[in-house]
Design a protein around this ligand. Sequence first.
Ligand code: OFO
Length: 165
Amino acid sequence: MLSKKVEETLNNQVKLEAYSANLYLSMASWADKEGFPGASEFLYEQYNEENTHMLKIFQYINDREGHAIVPAIEQPPSNFNSIKEIFEKTLEHEKFISSKINELVAVCMSETDFTTVNFLQWYVNEQIEEERTARTILDRLKMLGGDTAKMYLFDRDLKDMRTIN
Ligand code: OFO
């Protein structure tokens, strides 16, 4: 059984994962509208992944006799200046999520809930991967330096990148 504190913190993480999903959905829409089909497809995939992250925690709360709550979610930004800005925001956001996962683990440790610490290990590893992918994409974008022809190829290649889970 979850302590109230762990239950509350997990429910807060549900909200953060749901926000992440909507943030990527919004980015996917912008990329689609601006003529970047590869980036858009990649970001729609991120949306699906974040929903999975959210649902896993949601179901875990109830599995441990807590009460998973469907959260109200703040509207994400809908306009961006460039694909580069999108991936800068992605990296910044994933770093923020990593810090929240670490806080969550710290709460579980202080409540001696080692079952949840164990459950969260998947998220700890996932965050390493998510930050790394965003950083890799940003590095590639920096190398292109705004070259339109190369940007076309970059966008096409993004379709095949499926390393953020
Ligand atoms: Fe993008 O992170 Fe979920 O956990």
